[in-house]
Design a protein. Structure first.
Lengths: 254, 76
């Protein structure tokens, strides 16, 4: 049976999410951002939140997220996405508000906003893309960079005595009483993508039920910043990132 | 016994040749074009071994650029 017959007689089991805009994404080949964008589009579509969702775009590689998902967006100053999200959610509580931040945005310049928004228990979803590097600006060391990891600003590897320890911020957020659901996922295999999707869905459900801040960390790759092929970057992530940032629910939803 | 067959349609111009779908495919159906490139200069993904496809959608699930559509058919 040839391809056309299968297409005519079979069922379509996977297609481009309806909420994704038609333009090509600016991300490097193999970037995890694309997969997470897809998941967000699928979930908002499935939950019928297309007209009520407001995304807060960060500064970082995902600064153009508003170009790619066809919902309402607000662009925040660097690191201030949880503060803007707080305002949006308080002014119109019927909205499904989420922030989409990288590790340079959330764990460096935006640490205060993130921790305080979570501590106040704002009903927002925080999507945290952690690839341990500043991807957009040329692969400099981020707070989440692993010990010994080579970056543009730590060419001999991160040294704890000079650069401090990697900041593991998600468990800090899990300790706060304001958070309802804190989880750490990845998107490097088909199975992990499906798991990440159900975690994101749970996070949006928790927030819409008014249970408090939901945080979904996605341990990701940056093949350009790490200077590896996308497939090699996934292997490197499994070997090095997962021991430092183990996957799973840090605070299960009650 | 019923057999599941599938096929994929790849948006060649949207593909960035990241190779993740090739790695994700459990049946070794896909490959990157060795010489040909799309308008943006990427070696796009294509079907090498179309008969082996089972329409599991692993390739499309991991594709960061959402350029793969998957079709599945139950053959009796």
């Amino acid at each position: 049976m040839d391809q056309n017959q299968i297409i005519e007689q079979g069922t379509k089991v996977y297609s481009r999410p309806r909420l994704m805009d038609d333009r090509n994404m600016h991300y490097c080949p193999g970037c995890s951002h694309g997969v997470v964008h897809k998941l967000v589009s699928e979930i908002l579509d499935e939950m019928g939140l297309e007209d009520t969702a407001v995304g807060i775009a960060p500064v970082g590689c995902a600064v153009f997220a508003y170009h790619y998902i066809d919902i309402d967006w607000v662009e925040a100053a660097h690191g201030r996405a949880p503060a803007v999200a707080t305002a949006v959610k308080r002014l119109d509580p019927s909205r499904a508000v989420f922030t989409y931040q990288g590790d340079g945005d959330l764990a460096a310049i935006g640490t205060a906003e993130t921790i305080h928004a979570a501590n106040r228990g704002e009903n927002i979803v925080i999507i945290f893309i952690n690839n341990g590097i500043y991807g957009m600006t040329g692969g400099q060391m981020a707070p989440t960079t692993l010990e010994g990891m080579k970056t543009a600003t730590t060419p001999y590897g991160r040294r704890v005595e000079l650069n401090g320890y990697p900041l593991n911020i998600t468990p800090l957020l899990a300790m706060l009483p304001g958070t309802s659901y804190v989880t750490r996922q990845s998107v490097h295999t088909a199975a992990s993508v499906r798991k990440c999707k159900s975690a994101l869905k749970k996070a949006f459900e928790a927030v819409m039920a008014g249970k408090g801040t939901a945080v979904v960390e996605v341990v990701s790759t940056c093949s350009s910043g790490w200077k590896m092929s996308p497939a090699k970057a996934n292997e490197w992530m499994e070997e090095n990132m997962f021991p430092a940032y183990p996957l799973g629910d840090l605070k299960p939803l009650e | 016994m019923a057999k599941v067959i599938g096929t994929v349609v790849i948006d060649r111009e949207r593909c960035k040749g990241c190779d993740l779908c090739v790695v994700a495919c459990p049946c070794d159906v896909l490959e990157l074009a060795a010489k040909d490139v799309n308008d943006r200069g990427y070696h796009y993904a294509q079907m090498l071994n179309a008969d082996a496809c089972i329409g599991c959608a692993a390739c499309a699930t991991v594709c960061p650029d959402a350029c793969i559509e998957v079709y599945r058919l139950m053959q009796k």
